[in-house]
Write a protein that binds this ligand. Structure first.
Ligand code: AMP
Length: 317
């Protein structure tokens, strides 16, 4: 065991010589994992692929904190509603593998849906069979209102991954802040022996949070989508500077002022803007604790106007 560890550390401190291992079955992951039982720190970054700098930031942190880093790529059917974009979700496996290799990832686990859901996984919840994990309460707020089974799908697949990989630490992005709250609750209260870490949002130069779904938008609409963050950032500034006198209305007004031209032109349709407590995700009227300012907005593509992309973003103040 120690032999493996010291070899790995020597290799990674010089130029890296160990190739990334790519596996598709649970048995292969377990075989790899058994080499390090009890001795090494294993970091895990679950993804749906179409990787960008946001994903890379999680992986780099894992590389720093752990002896080995595992990444999964799996577009998880159970978190998509029948009306959502499962089939269209961008899949860029070759480019993803190149990036993961360049980052020095040790193991890529890319299972099929059959591996993760032995009984199959129809999108219609009524037809689903087998175990599913619901984290009641926090799953029903914010995103859960528009996407009722989304966090059930996320919690289920992440628990499966944690059971397969048994990582020491798993990394998630603040970009999906509610996901972090849901998963952290799941791990704490199902006594999962993995520590979850939330990493800051990686943004483009003009503020747009990087997201695989940004790929759906033309350049002009991406430019316009920067205003999502401008709106949230204005509310963040207001809250930071005038916390004692802020009201929901004044904060909403601030966001609205920035978004209104784009709402008027049909670029934005707001799903929600929320000012919520950091732990319960309940909407707040007083702003004395840590507040999540978050939003979901439908952005219409200017090039292909039949295309509407739902983007989420948040800031924590
Ligand atoms: P996804 O592939 O979209 O499921 O994302 C995999 C992980 O990357 C999740 O924990 C996301 O929160 C995280 N992530 C996605 N976009 C970003 C970003 N712009 N900055 C930081 N983390 C991100």
């Amino acid at each position: 065991m120690n032999h493996h560890l010291s070899k790995k550390k020597t290799d990674s401190s010089r130029s890296r010589r160990i190739e990334m291992k790519v596996v598709h079955t649970i048995a292969e992951v377990r075989q790899w994992r058994a080499l390090f039982a009890g001795s090494a720190k294993i970091g895990f970054v679950p993804t749906m692929g179409c990787l960008h700098e946001g994903h890379a930031s999680l992986i780099k942190q894992s590389k720093q904190d752990n002896d080995f880093t595992v990444v999964s790529i799996f577009v998880n059917p159970s978190q998509f509603a029948p009306t959502e974009d499962l089939d269209q979700y961008p899949r860029t496996m070759d480019a993803d593998m190149t990036l993961l290799k360049s980052l020095g990832v040790d193991l890529l686990f890319a299972p099929t849906a059959k591996v993760m859901y032995p009984q199959g996984i129809p999108l219609d919840v009524e037809k689903q069979r087998g175990p599913f994990v619901s984290v009641l309460g926090v799953s029903e707020m914010l995103e859960g209102k528009t996407r009722p089974n989304f966090f059930r799908g996320v919690a289920t697949v992440v628990l499966k991954f944690l059971n397969i990989i048994t990582p020491t630490v798993a990394y998630f992005g603040q970009k999906d802040i509610q996901q972090f709250v849901v998963l952290n609750t799941m791990c704490n209260e199902l006594f999962v022996n993995t520590t979850l870490i939330m990493m800051p949002i990686v943004r483009g130069t003009e503020g747009l949070a990087l997201s695989s779904r940004n790929k759906y938008l033309c350049d002009e609409s991406l430019q316009i989508a920067n205003n999502l963050y401008r709106g949230l950032h204005a509310a963040e500034t207001m809250l930071t500077q005038q916390r004692a006198v802020c009201t929901r209305e004044s904060l909403l007004d601030t966001v609205q002022k920035i978004w209104q031209p784009f709402i008027d032109q049909g670029d934005f349709k707001v799903d929600y803007v929320s000012f919520a407590d950091w732990t319960t995700l309940e909407e707040v009227n007083k702003f004395d604790g840590k507040v999540i300012i978050s939003c979901a907005v439908y952005v219409k593509d200017r090039k292909d106007t039949t295309r509407v992309v739902r983007l989420i973003d948040n800031v924590v103040v």
